[in-house]
Ligand binder design. Structure first.
Ligand SMILES: [Zn+2]
Length: 319
């Protein structure tokens, strides 16, 4: 009997798959997880739901965000940061003349903030891993606060708030957006969000082996329509959506298929492809992903602006 309800809207969701595992950190040695999709609010979610405390054991110290990349992968990553930052810059008012302030939630090891500072932003942020905080200070001289995205207090308001690969990890992502709008962004400030896009051929083709599911660390799975609605209802507008092609993510999904699919031609093709060196895999995947991008790409960027806050007292209407 299906008693599962959507945790966002109480709608009746559809089971996409069961028997999903933690492939990326635990190497498939974990409990089974399910992914459901709610057609009413266009958002997916992981079951069973876990408390923040229960989920902590799925974040080892060498979780991807905290592990040094190095070499080719790091070079590509740095390029990506510069692209993200120029997208943000295009949305800012150049006539203001001041150095824009940027706050990142979930800074990892501080590489993005380092790139932002080089692109002349005033940078600040918060990160829950003590190891990440230490690395950022030691390697880049950037001091970020230790704390979790779901419960922290902004000390001032910023021109830009960045959420790269954060929202999908939070049970209370809606509250996080409300907090940013109310306390973290200036009026008209820019919110930059990057999440895996479950409305993509990659999610459909790789299924439970898709790197964007990253079970059970990803609690919600987003689509453009679903996330746009949440943004509109938490006071953001002027939304721009950008679809990203990430060959390294596709390469990870392929190698997970090769390792963990039981049998079948996809497993053997994936295994064959995975034997190629990464600098050969990436250009091939880049081409395939670009060709297939009309079926949705695995990453989604949403850039939006904070609406003015409604006046709550004094009888002054804000219109
Ligand atoms: Zn729903």
């Amino acid at each position: 009997v299906n008693n599962t309800l959507c945790p966002l809207c109480n709608g009746k969701p559809e089971l996409l798959f069961d028997g999903g595992r933690d492939y990326f950190v635990a190497g498939g040695r974990s409990a089974d997880f399910e992914v459901w999709f709610c057609h009413s609010c266009k958002t997916g979610f992981t079951m069973p739901q876990m408390s923040d405390r229960e989920l902590l054991e799925f974040y080892p110290d060498d979780y991807e965000a905290y592990a040094p990349k190095g070499g080719f992968a790091e070079y590509l990553q740095r390029m990506k940061y510069r692209q993200d930052l120029s997208m943000i810059k295009r949305q800012l008012d150049p006539s203001s003349g001041t150095t824009p302030s940027l706050f990142e939630i979930g800074t990892g090891r501080g590489e993005f903030l380092d790139a932002a500072r080089k692109a002349s932003f005033d940078v600040d942020g918060i990160e829950q891993s003590a190891k990440g905080v230490e690395f950022a200070e030691h390697s880049y001289g950037i001091k970020v606060r230790t704390g979790s995205a779901s419960e922290f207090v902004f000390e001032r308001k910023y021109d830009v708030v960045v959420l790269r690969h954060v929202l999908e990890h939070l049970n209370s992502f809606r509250e996080c957006l409300e907090n940013i709008r109310r306390n973290g962004l200036k009026e008209g400030g820019i919110l930059f969000i990057k999440v895996p896009n479950m409305d993509s051929w990659e999610a459909r083709f790789f299924g439970k082996y898709w790197d964007g599911y990253d079970l059970p660390r990803h609690r919600f799975h987003f689509t453009k329509n679903g996330l746009c609605r949440v943004l509109a209802s938490t006071g953001f507008d002027g939304i721009t959506a950008i679809y990203e092609v990430i060959p390294s993510a596709a390469a990870r999904s392929i190698s997970t298929c090769a390792r963990f699919r039981k049998t079948g031609p996809v497993k053997y093709l994936a295994a064959l492809f995975s034997t190629l060196p990464l600098p050969m895999q990436y250009p091939i995947l880049q081409m395939c992903c670009l060709t297939l991008s009309c079926f949705g790409t695995g990453r989604l960027i949403l850039i939006s602006k904070a609406n003015p806050l409604p006046k709550t007292s004094g009888g002054q209407r804000n219109d």
